[in-house]
Design a binder for this molecule. Sequence first.
Ligand SMILES: Cc1cc2nc3c(=O)[nH]c(=O)nc-3n(C[C@H](O)[C@H](O)[C@H](O)COP(=O)(O)OP(=O)(O)OC[C@H]3O[C@@H](n4cnc5c(N)ncnc54)[C@H](O)[C@@H]3O)c2cc1C
Length: 465
Amino acid sequence: MDQMTPLAADTSLIDALREIVGERGLLLGEDVALRSCDPFRPVPPEGGIIVRPASTEEVSAVMAFCHERGQPVVTHGGRTGVAGGAFTARDQIVISMERMNRIEEIDEFNQCLVAQAGVPIEVLHNAASDANMLYPIDLGSKGSATLGGTISTNAGGNRVLRWGMTRANLLGIEVVLADGTVVSAMNRLTKNNTGYDMKHIFAGTEGTLGIVTRAVVRLVPKPASQQVAVVAVPSYDAVLEMLKSARKLPALSAFEVMWQDYYDLMANSNTGRRPLETGSPFYILMESMGYNEEQDEQQFMAFLENSFEQGLIVDAVTSQSLAQVQEMWRLREGGEVFAAQMWPIVSSDISVDVRKTDEYVGKVRAKLSAAYPGLKMVTFGHLGDGNIHIGIHVGPDTVEEELNVEHILYDTLRDYDSALTAEHGVGQVKKKFLPDHVEPGVLTVMRHLRDALDPDRLLNRDVLL
Ligand SMILES: Cc1cc2nc3c(=O)[nH]c(=O)nc-3n(C[C@H](O)[C@H](O)[C@H](O)COP(=O)(O)OP(=O)(O)OC[C@H]3O[C@@H](n4cnc5c(N)ncnc54)[C@H](O)[C@@H]3O)c2cc1C
């Protein structure tokens, strides 16, 4: 086939795919063009073909066919990933998991849930809640982000300091390999050391080793209480002191920090997200979720009062209703607000030793403002896990300057105990920085694994390394 000819014009390819997944399983033309591989801007899949298998067997048959033909694919979940992992080039077809959206079982005795990979996280939450349980992975994109996408990126989110990242909540996995082989390790046992652990081999590998088709995830009993507070804090030392003592709260479930630049932008954005006055250097959103309402509330309030007495907090507001809980979280999760106000934007999701995070942020800000007088920068994130997000706009040339801005962000990171990406993954966006942030031996193992499982690089070819 002529390299410049879109795949969508290849009728033999389309007929063969239709044969496997049926008419409903195939999207072409405008249905493809109107989709985006990015949550914030239009980036259509360039190959022009979306295949939507409805079962593991269909995924397997599609991959067996693609393997025979040497046809590269990109897997799509909810397309909320922000590392460019779902970007699809002209020679690649999309395998979308959107029709594999069934919750198969909630096992109350083993406290787990079995589902297909295309189920959105919010749907899992609702199903778990109906059974009086909680699926602890919670993130701003939960309405669209899928089980398979969150497994493939090992998503983190808001409650990692209590329940860990996706990997920690995964019990079993089913994956289709590049040649169509089905690997079924749908374990629901807590303890199983029978050889290599399949869920850990595939989780966090960004779709490069296999397509996740089903999984078993761990549930916890649904908490009976939820308290949220937003507090204003006078210094980073006070933030660290708060974090140290908050860790002793048995029901602590989130410790999110907003630097003043982020809080002020949100508070001045006319979205009503202004629980406290602006002007403090730091704001913390703290949450406690427990199983004894009276005791949890008493411990949470005592912690806040104690922090006030020590001068660690200068102002605070606590939630009095579920609506206020949601309002406070909307303040912290306001990605769409700052993205709209600062677009175009360079964003990052780094980890730094929590003792040094503000020093790192200060260095980055100093370097960027020296280079770009029009700098707008916001910093916020899951500081309880040492993970922050920095959003940067340097003026109308932000897109042209992206590489330079990224160098400032990531080269500065190398002075610290740090990670290039804490939760979003490497994708296509951070690939060029990977060799500077992991040891050569680690890269070698990654390449060996990929070569062993997908020697022809059919799966997410342009992702990771
Ligand atoms: C507003 C907002 C808030 C967010 N907050 C957080 C947060 O707090 N924490 C966090 O970790 N992330 C966050 N994210 C990023 C994103 O939601 C996560 O990366 C999520 O895990 C992506 O899931 P998805 O289903 O949308 O995957 P997609 O975006 O569709 O895909 C992401 C990657 O996984 C691969 N993939 C998808 N499905 C499969 C599958 N079944 N098998 C194999 N590979 C697959 C894709 O090829 C791609 O490389 C946020 C994003 C937005 C837009």
